[in-house]
Design a protein around this ligand. Structure first.
Ligand code: ADP
Ligand code: MG
Length: 395
């Protein structure tokens, strides 16, 4: 057992008075390429990272689910048989909506909540919250994997990803796709998850970063981003309007050869929104192909083109993200792009190990020169998805 797992095991035991039945963990994620394609039924290529949320879980005999987080030390509990009514009344709120939402969503997928034993769940995370690394999916996936096992539900990982998404959509109230949960549940070491957001087919794609001596550097601009603000909804609406005007059910069914006609019939803004999604889908497919044919050193131009498309066509970048990308490229990155929903958040750069420190300091100097808040930089390693880390230890 790692130190972190052992410590959580002990904290759970001293807090609840009984040992957990196990500790499960699930990672946050970074999206390598494929932005704003998920809700257009397109392609994404995220990977699980080496920052994890751990959930120590122990069965109770009173039908109560109690969740505690080390983040702020607070606990929330509900009788399992009342979860559905609580959800309908909008009473599951705050951070507990993530783990309790998962329990509720498992009920929607057939778990007989009213007859199941209760559980104590203690959550501890090294995924930074709200930094675009999906601390939310890390909670959902760790809790979903744990409850699936302890309640003997027998659900597959792809179904557990849907459970996490349902929790986030219906209980938290965030209209997100299934990318984050898929990466968190299906990711593997030094690999990405190629996800078709229409069929939900997921394939593990080896990245080969270790062999190539490459590192992924995250540059968090610390510009606050929020899906709740108008930009995200507005982009979604433009995509729907563009697809409808072209007579297609979604932009997944619009290809590069349709863009000439799109240019004729769409207004300029809608056309550029459509062009971003259509070309971004193609870039994801190209990235997957080039990774297998030539390896990660050959994908830099695709990452760069993705950024340009988001900056100029989808218009979701901000000056800080553009500066981070340009500076990283000028100091040795083989490719760089903003990642996540946009309007702030982080950029990623694919950098040879030997040049990571140079890129980090160059970006900080450039931000200072522009009077921007100092960015936070750190590397991420494509890592194993959700897993069980310990079983019950008595005593
Ligand atoms: P992101 O997923 O990008 O980190 P979200 O806004 O989707 O950002 O999810 C962050 C929310 O998830 C937090 O506001 C909190 O409610 C919940 N959360 C994440 N990690 C924890 C944690 N360790 N303990 C409690 N709540 C957490
Ligand atoms: Mg999230």
């Amino acid at each position: 057992m790692s130190d972190a797992v052992q410590e959580l095991h002990e904290l759970f035991t001293s807090t609840t008075g009984h040992a957990p039945d196990g500790v499960w963990s699930a990672p946050g994620r970074v999206n390598l390429i494929g932005e704003h394609t998920d809700y257009n039924e397109g392609f994404v290529l995220p990977f699980a990272i080496d920052r994890r949320t751990r959930a120590a879980v122990g069965l109770r005999d009173d039908g109560v689910i109690r969740v505690t987080s080390t983040l702020d030390g607070t606990s929330v509990d509900w009788p399992l048989r009342e979860l559905d009514a609580a959800q309908n009344a909008g009473e599951i709120v705050g951070w507990s909506a993530y783990p309790l939402g998962v329990a509720w969503a498992l009920g929607e997928r057939g778990a007989a909540l009213a007859t199941l034993p209760g559980v104590d769940i203690m959550i501890d995370s090294t995924v930074p919250v709200g930094a675009g690394l999906s601390s939310s999916a890390a909670i959902e996936s760790s809790v979903a994997l744990a409850l699936n096992e302890l309640w003997n539900l027998g659900l597959s990982r792809p179904v557990l990803a849907q459970v996490g998404q349902l929790a986030e959509n219906a209980v938290v109230g965030a209209p997100t796709g299934i990318m984050d949960q898929s990466a968190s549940l299906l990711g593997e070491t030094d690999s990405a998850v190629f996800l078709d957001c229409r069929t939900l087919d997921a394939t593990v794609v080896p990245l080969g970063l270790t062999l190539a001596g490459l590192t992924i550097l995250v540059i968090d601009t610390r510009v606050a981003h929020s899906h709740a603000t108008g930009g995200y909804a507005e982009r979604r609406a433009s995509c729907e309007a563009g697809a409808a005007a072209l007579g297609r059910s979604s932009l997944r069914d619009v290809s590069a050869s349709d863009l000439d006609r799109a240019l004729e019939i769409l207004d300029d803004v809608t056309f550029r929104r459509v062009r971003h999604v259509v070309t971004e889908n193609q870039r994801v497919l190209d990235t997957v192909r080039i990774l297998s044919e030539k390896g990660p050193n050959a994908i830099g131009a695709l990452l760069d083109a993705s950024h340009v498309s988001m900056r100029d066509d989808f218009e979701i970048s901000v000056p800080e993200l553009d500066l981070a990308v340009e500076t990283a490229r000028a100091h040795g990155a083989i490719g760089a792009r903003m990642t996540g929903g946009g309007f702030g958040g982080a950029a990623i750069a694919l950098v040879p190990h030997a040049r990571v420190a140079e890129v980090e300091s160059a970006v900080k100097v450039a931000f200072a020169g522009h009077g921007f808040t100092e960015p936070v930089t750190f590397t991420v390693t494509p890592s194993q998805g959700a897993e069980r880390n310990s079983t019950k230890i008595n005593g």
